[in-house]
Each structure stands twice: as structure tokens, then as C-alpha cells.
Write a protein that binds this ligand. Structure first.
Ligand SMILES: Nc1ncnc2c1ncn2[C@@H]1O[C@H](COP(=O)(O)OP(=O)(O)OP(=O)(O)O)[C@@H](O)[C@H]1O
Length: 786
């Protein structure tokens, strides 16, 4: 793209041009103020309708109530969405060669007083696309693209690009769209929360965001190429474009850990989308919170595909055939004998039905009770004269019915074919070396020892795909169904409280209730959480995301996986179960794989599920990492695989990374000194408009094995530093491990003991590559000598 007339703020000093520019800002302000006025009106109307629906109470027919609940949900969503798009509501303008003019923003706003003309076009609408794609060489009918910069509701600046090949002069960045706005966004101070990129999406990113819904799309890209940003904007785009289809099945977005999910959590709401379920793989088994830690080798073993076979064998192992006959003493009856051969035959017949274990139990019961009833019948129906048995079929049926109710028989059946929860199966397996030995003959002794663990103490993230696999093998029994109903109930309560929160937030725009004689009533005056919950229960209404989160067997309409290179084969199995339609977006970088059983190549990971039917898109430009830092990271990348190429940096920061070796005993003191200096620099701003105004974060990345020790040293000198399992990312300085830093970014990064990071894991070089590429501006490396 070439732009002949770039008129960003401060670029022109000529008084006439400055005046014209101010006039232009004034005109845009008028338009933008009008849009905010409309937004206010829309929000007030939604709040008024929400109040009305809640006030209507629980009367009427079931259908009335159900419709009212849908309306409550819809208006509550609207109030939330209209509030979330407040910042940067309108950010662009397209002037067509035909004299047309369109404003582009986060949502669509229409002239409801007139002909329903668009006053603001949703960025996802097809007609808004040239905003991201038009270039001087291919202007797509556009004469000028304008980026509007706003703060609060005030227009603070404009960047214009005239798309005219004749007058354009080369800039050297022809591939960038809205270069001035892009660079301003990239060099802005970080806040600890990811921001949306809707104002400056680049052409290669736009292509991915708007790719077709069906099929598996893999997005491979180096650090900072915008994979996470693209994944989130794609979710928003798909929900807008396929609203009907996806609002009933839902969209699931999977990220590597809870810290990462918190980091990205604000992006979708600011794009006016609240219905996407964000989850880590470790949270995808409803009812289990997997926070327990375990050695990387154990996690790696649990991630291997062979564990599916181990679990299948573990289930079979619970279908027990005794070595000796079992004697069952029934009160006031004779003793029954169950011999091993009868049990074996029953078991084999039931196994041949291929039913999941728990569901097959009923068949096993029938088989065994039948055999025992035959024994009883043999005895009581025997013809003393040696003829045929005297009992009719009806008598035998009666005996079977009676035996089924004998607790002694149920106890034996429970032993031979126990109904199991996935948790029980796995806990029993881990706890007993002999069970592991029986189920995992294909593993080595060392590997089997890794699986052994005493019962209790919670679950690890690597256990979750195994629990899910176990649930598939076992099938859902009544207890699991009851637990699911209970989870749904608790989600309903959260929902009810959420609606009331929203309503409280909109108190300032509560409406006058004429029926109440002009008295001003808030929603919360009219209804409390329990009453709202009662109404929810009557109709069992839930948002799609809530339903999906509570239901292990939910099939999502689309699944997006970020940092997908970290997924193990067992985690892939779980995710594929959640998405039988195989409509997926897989986002990651195989060069950054840190998990030992993570994904070495996309083909290998996906082949078992979709064969070769997946598409690959690549992102090639790093927006985060400046060229100076990428050069340092490139050396590490070459050590991982000389064939790998780092992405091209979009900018230089002008700051040279530093690398210092200090004596081991000085490491802590030097770290504190460097962290203090960097933090002070970020807090004060660096004189060229960077950080200073509340933005600006420092990340200190340390080897996992030294995290506690170094956190102690840093905290003693700088108590304000965020540390721990889920550090507060909004703190000015955060100390974390590479695993925690995955997907995050900071203005400035200190990497401590890089050799320690490399030595910690067979994938240590990839970890170091991740650590070095987290900075948007400055990088320092501190090495202990020796
Ligand atoms: N088009 C864009 N406009 C503005 N900022 C962008 C754009 N694309 C990416 N960025 C910014 O670049 C940074 C890196 O983006 P993101 O985290 O999505 O990269 P990534 O590819 O997921 O990185 P990693 O693999 O290292 O996790 C973010 O701050 C993001 O906002």
C-alpha cells in the first residue's frame, strides 16, 4: 500500500493545515458524539425492557415464561454489550471513490428514526472489509481510509491514508494497513491485559479471521504474530456471521492456563461478544478443578496416546473373574455358589455388546441372576420322580425378581462388575501398583512407577483428559447424571446473580414506573436472586456457555485452541470429542512447544482425526517483538532446528538488548537492581511517549526450579512484585516461569539464568525462545557465572 498524504497528529506544522486538521477533528467529534448518544439510547432501552421482563413475574403459561426468560437473557446481554463497547466505539471511516462514506466500529448502529441506514458499520460486516484490505494498488473502490483515535468519548486524532497509486510515494511498508495507527498501538504501554486489535487488523490476519467456518484451520506463526489476537477476533467474527448456528451449540476457546485466560478475558467483551466459553484443557471435565502439580515426566507420560489403551485395560481389569467359586449365603435360604466359569461366560457375553462399562452392568446383572436363579430352580423345582423340572417360566421369573433384591447378591455383583465413576477408576488405578501392572504391561517399570500415587490430594491438568477418556469407557450412570444436574443448578444461581449485577450497574438508567405512580424502581427492588433462580429452574433456561460448561458431552459448534502446540495426544482426544463436527481453529507455534508430550507437528497431531483434511495458514510478521530482540531469539531458534525461521519484526525499538554475566552469589542483588531500574523507567515514561501513563509492565522470567528462591529475594526488596501460581498481571512487575509466561507479553522482560531454563527440560531451548520473545520493547538477560 502506498499513501501519499499521511496526516497523523503532529505530522504537519503548517498553520493552515493545522487549522484544517482541527476543523476535521471537530466534525468527527460531532459525528462520534451523535453515535454515543445513540449508544446511550440503545442501552437505556435494553435496561428498560430488562426491567419490564423481570417485573412481569413468573405467571402465565410455560411458554410465556420461557419466552420471558429468553427476553431477560437477551436484554441482559445487550446491556452488557452496549457497556463493553464504550471505549473506541467508532474507530474508522471509509470514503468511497463514488462519494459514499461509512463509519466503522465495534457494533452496528442504524438510523432507527429514518430509513434504517447504517450510522456505524460493524467491523465484521462484509462491507467493512476494505478497511482492512484496501491498498493503493488495490483500493477496492475506496478513496480514503481514516483511523479515528478517541479517548473516553473525545476524538483525539486522525490518521488518513489516500489510496491513490498515482500520488503515492513508497514507504517501504507497503504491506501494512494503517501503518501509523498500527505502530501507535504496538508501542503503547502494556497494562497486563490483552487489548483487541480491531482497529488495525492486518491483511494476512483478516484472511484468517474471516476464513470459512467448516473444517480444521491451523494457524502457525512465530511469537508475536498475533495468533491469539486472531483467534479471539475469529471467534467474534464467526459468532456474528453464523449467529444462528453457533449461538445454540456455542464456541469454546481453549488456552494453556488460568493466567493466560485472565490475560485475554477482556478482548471478546470489548468486541461485544460474551457467549464464548473460555477454558483450559484442565478445566474441561465438569466438576473437577485440576490444580495439583506433578513432575513434567509424569505429565508427559499421562499425555501419551498409549494411556487410552491403559485405561481401556484398567476398565476391563475391573470386570473381575474370581479364581475360586464364590459362596453367597442368603438369609432363610440355601447357599448359592457362583463358579468362575459362569462369571467368565457372563462377562464375555456382556463385553461382546460393546456397551460402556457402567451401562453394561445391567446386562451383567441379568446374566448372573439368571445363572443363580437356575440353581435355585434346579433345587426347588426338581421332580422327586426324576422327571422334568416342575417350575413354570413364571416361577423362574419370580425367583429372579426375588434374587435381584437380595443385598448379598448385589454386593457380589458390585465386586465383580462395580459401577465406577471416572474419578474412582483413576484413583484406584494410581493407588495400586498391581492394578497399574495389569493395565499397563506395555509400559516400562519406570513408567509404571511414575503413575503410582496415593489416593487424595486432587487432580492434575494431565489427569483431566484421562478422566474424560475414562468417562467415555465407563458411560454415564445415574450418579453422574445427578452430579450434572447439580452443576447446572449452581450455574443457574450464578446466572441469576449475574443478571442482578448487571441490573444494579444500570441503576442510573432505571425507568419510571407509571403503574407505581411515578416511583423510580430498580430491578433489584423488584426481584431477588432466589426468586429469579426459582424462575430459572422452572424453565431450565441457561446460556449456551453455561450449559456447555456443565456438560461433558456437549458438542460445540466451533472450537478454537490457542497455544495448541502444548496439547498432548490425550488432550487432543478430549477436544475432538467436544467437536464432532470438526469445525476448529487451531492456533500455535510448534517451535514454542514446551510440554514434553506436546505437539511436534500439526500433521501428526491431526492425522488420527481428520487425516489430511486440514488447512494451514501462516502468519509471518511479528508485531510484538522488535527486530533487536528477535535477532537474539533467532540464535536460540537456530539451536532448536536450523530449518526454522523467526518471523519478521514489523519495527525496531531502538533499544539494544543487554546480556550480563554476574557471579552466582550476586545474582539476586543484580536482579533486584535491574528490576528496580526497569520498573522506574516504565513508571516514568521514556520521554518519547511510551508507558508512563499507567501502562508499562516488567516481566521477570526465571527457571521453574528457582522460582521460589528468586521470588523470595525479589519480594524482600520489592514487596509490590506479583509472584505465585496465578500472579496479578496488572502489577507493574511480575515474576513468573516460562510456563506461566506462555502467550503473555510485557514492555520489558528480564530473563534470569537462561542456561537454567534450557537445562530444566528436554524442550528447554523452546522455553528459552518463548521467554526471550515476550518483550515489546526491552530485553535484559542475567546469567549466573559458572
Ligand atoms: N494487527 C495488529 N494490530 C495491533 N496490534 C497487534 C496486531 N497484531 C498483533 N498485535 C499485537 O501483537 C502482540 C502479539 O500478539 P499475540 O499475543 O496475539 O501473538 P501470538 O502470535 O499469540 O504470540 P505468542 O505465540 O508469542 O503467544 C499483542 O500485543 C497484539 O495486540
Amino acid at each position: 500500500m502506498r499513501d501519499s498524504k499521511r496526516r497523523g497528529d503532529g505530522l504537519s506544522t503548517h498553520p493552515d493545515e493545522l487549522r484544517q486538521h482541527d476543523d476535521e477533528i471537530g466534525r468527527e467529534q460531532e459525528y462520534v458524539s451523535m453515535l454515543y448518544g445513540r449508544l446511550d439510547a440503545m442501552r437505556e432501552q435494553a435496561a428498560r425492557r430488562l426491567t419490564g421482563e423481570l417485573r412481569a413475574g413468573g405467571g402465565g403459561t410455560q411458554q410465556d415464561r420461557s419466552q420471558r426468560d429468553s427476553a431477560v437473557q437477551m436484554y441482559a446481554d445487550q446491556v452488557e454489550q452496549f457497556s463493553a463497547v464504550e471505549q473506541g466505539l467508532a474507530f474508522g471511516r471509509l470514503d468511497g471513490a463514488d462519494g459514499s462514506r461509512h463509519y466503522i466500529g465495534r457494533i452496528g448502529i442504524f438510523d432507527t428514526d429514518g430509513d434504517y441506514d447504517p450510522l456505524l458499520m460493524d467491523w465484521r460486516a462484509p462491507a467493512a472489509r476494505p478497511f482492512y484490505l484496501a491498498t493503493a494498488a488495490n483500493p477496492q473502490g475506496i478513496r480514503m481510509r481514516r483511523h479515528l483515535r478517541t479517548r473516553e468519548r473525545k476524538v483525539t486524532g486522525l490518521n488518513d491514508e489516500v489510496l491513490d497509486i498515482e500520488t503515492a510515494s513508497p514507504t517501504g511498508h507497503e504491506e501494512l494497513t494503517g501503518e501509523a495507527s498500527l505502530l501507535a498501538a504496538l508501542s503503547a504501554g502494556r497494562t497486563g491485559r490483552m487489548r483487541d486489535i480491531v482497529e488495525t487488523i492486518q491483511a494476512e490476519q483478516d484472511r484468517i479471521i474471516r476464513a470459512n467456518l467448516p473444517g480444521v484451520l491451523v494457524v502457525q506463526g512465530g511469537p508475536g504474530t498475533g495468533k491469539t489476537a486472531v483467534a479471539l477476533h475469529r471467534a467474534a467474527y464467526l459468532l456474528y456471521t453464523h449467529r444462528q448456528q453457533l449461538s445454540t451449540r456455542g464456541v469454546l476457546l481453549v488456552g494453556p492456563n488460568a493466567t493466560f485466560l485472565r490475560y485475554i478475558s477482556q478482548v471478546l467483551p470489548t468486541l461485544a461478544e460474551t457467549g464464548v466459553l473460555l477454558s483450559t484443557p484442565g478445566d474441561l471435565f465438569p466438576g473437577v478443578t485440576a490444580r495439583r502439580a506433578e513432575p513434567a515426566r509424569t505429565a508427559a507420560l499421562k499425555g501419551r496416546a498409549v494411556l487410552a489403551e491403559v485405561l481401556a485395560a484398567a476398565v476391563r481389569d475391573r470386570q473381575w473373574v474370581p479364581d475360586e467359586p464364590i459362596e453367597i449365603e442368603l438369609p432363610q435360604r440355601e447357599v448359592l455358589r457362583l463358579d468362575p466359569e459362569t462369571v467368565r461366560q457372563a462377562r464375555d457375553r456382556v463385553r461382546r455388546t460393546d456397551r460402556p462399562h457402567n451401562l453394561a452392568r445391567a446386562l451383567f446383572d441379568i446374566e448372573i441372576v439368571h445363572a443363580l436363579a437356575d440353581q435355585v430352580a434346579e433345587r426347588i423345582g426338581a421332580d422327586p420322580l426324576g422327571g422334568d423340572n416342575l417350575l413354570e417360566e413364571a416361577d423362574r421369573a419370580e425367583i429372579r425378581r426375588e434374587l435381584r433384591e437380595e443385598p448379598e447378591i448385589t454386593a457380589v455383583l458390585d465386586e465383580l462388575w462395580p459401577v465406577l465413576t471416572p474419578q474412582r477408576l483413576l484413583a484406584d488405578l494410581y493407588a495400586a501398583p498391581e492394578r497399574i501392572a495389569a493395565a499397563a504391561p506395555m509400559l516400562t517399570d519406570d513408567e509404571r512407577a511414575l503413575l503410582h500415587r496415593a489416593p487424595g490430594g486432587g487432580w492434575t491438568p494431565a489427569d483431566v483428559p484421562l478422566l474424560d477418556e475414562a468417562a467415555e469407557l465407563l458411560g454415564e450412570d445415574e450418579r453422574a447424571a445427578a452430579a450434572r444436574r447439580e452443576r447446572i443448578r449452581s450455574f443457574q444461581r450464578e446466572y441469576a446473580e449475574g443478571v442482578l449485577e448487571i441490573a444494579r450497574g444500570s441503576r442510573s438508567i432505571d425507568v419510571e414506573d407509571e403503574a407505581e405512580g411515578g416511583e423510580i424502581l430498580g430491578v433489584t427492588d423488584l426481584i431477588d436472586a432466589d426468586r429469579l433462580l426459582e424462575r430459572q429452574e422452572e424453565t431450565d433456561r441457561l446460556t449456551t456457555a453455561q450449559r456447555a460448561a456443565a456438560d461433558r458431552r456437549w458438542a460445540f459448534g466451533h472450537v478454537i485452541v490457542d497455544e495448541a502446540q502444548e496439547l498432548t495426544p490425550m488432550a487432543w482426544r478430549l477436544l475432538m470429542r467436544r467437536c464432532p463436527s470438526r469445525s476448529m481453529t487451531i492456533v500455535g507455534d510448534v517451535a514454542q512447544t514446551g510440554a514434553l508430550a506436546g505437539t511436534p507437528s500439526w500433521g501428526e497431531a491431526l492425522e488420527p482425526y481428520v487425516a489430511r483434511r486440514w488447512r494451514l495458514e501462516e502468519l509471518t510478521v511479528s508485531y510484538r517483538t522488535p527486530a533487536e530482540i528477535m535477532a537474539v531469539a533467532a540464535e536460540v531458534l537456530a539451536g532448536i532446528d536450523p530449518e526454522l525461521r523467526p518471523p519478521r519484526s514489523v519495527r525496531h525499538s531502538g533499544v539494544k538488548p543487554w546480556d550480563r554475566t554476574v557471579t552466582a552469589d550476586r545474582l539476586g542483588a543484580e536482579l533486584v537492581a535491574a528490576a528496580r531500574a526497569e520498573a522506574a523507567d516504565l513508571a516514568g515514561g521514556d520521554g518519547d511517549g511510551h508507558p508512563g501513563d499507567g501502562g508499562g509492565r516488567l516481566g521477570v522470567i526465571v527457571p521453574a526450579g528457582r522460582a521460589d528462591e528468586l521470588a523470595g529475594v525479589v519480594l524482600a526488596a520489592m514487596p509490590e512484585v506479583a509472584v505465585g501460581e496465578q500472579p496479578e498481571l496488572e502489577s507493574r512487575v511480575v515474576l513468573l516461569t516460562v510456563g506461566q509466561a506462555k502467550g503473555l507479553e510485557f514492555d520489558s522482560v528480564l530473563v534470569v539464568d537462561p542456561d537454567g531454563i534450557v537445562a530444566e527440560s528436554p524442550r528447554g531451548r523452546s522455553d528459552l525462545y518463548v521467554a526471550l520473545t515476550r518483550a515489546t520493547r526491552r530485553l535484559g538477560v542475567l546469567r549466573p557465572a559458572g
